[in-house]
Design a binder for this molecule. Structure first.
Ligand SMILES: [Zn+2]
Length: 104
């Protein structure tokens, strides 16, 4: 087992696993929480995609590169800091939970 990629959310993790499986690379998700997603816990518990076979790393990296390119030029996801009130906001949200300012 090899820790491979920290996904933004469980949907992205699933999409990556689908992409990997299409290349006959076995992978699984760990670190997912079954609390329904957008709760407070999800901000600190990003799902990790793990490779089952360490030997798949090189091939998996190529799949990941294509996967990231296909989802657009968004920067690598992580919590962002509101420019208005300095609150830390989960990457899954485009509006500050504290003051409602849009992401910049
Ligand atoms: Zn704010």
């Amino acid at each position: 087992m090899l820790k491979f990629f920290e996904a933004r959310d469980s949907l992205e993790a699933r999409q990556l696993i689908d992409a990997l499986s299409a290349h006959r690379i076995e992978a699984t998700v760990l670190g997912e929480y079954l609390n329904g997603g957008a709760g407070e816990l999800s901000a600190i518990n990003f799902p990790w995609v793990w490779l089952i076979n360490n030997d798949d790393l090189a091939a998996a990296q190529e799949v990941l590169d294509g996967f990231l390119a296909s989802r657009g030029s968004l920067p690598r996801a992580g919590p962002w800091v509101c420019a208005e009130c300095s609150a830390q906001v989960d990457a899954g949200f485009d509006i500050c939970w504290q003051c409602g300012a849009p992401r910049k």
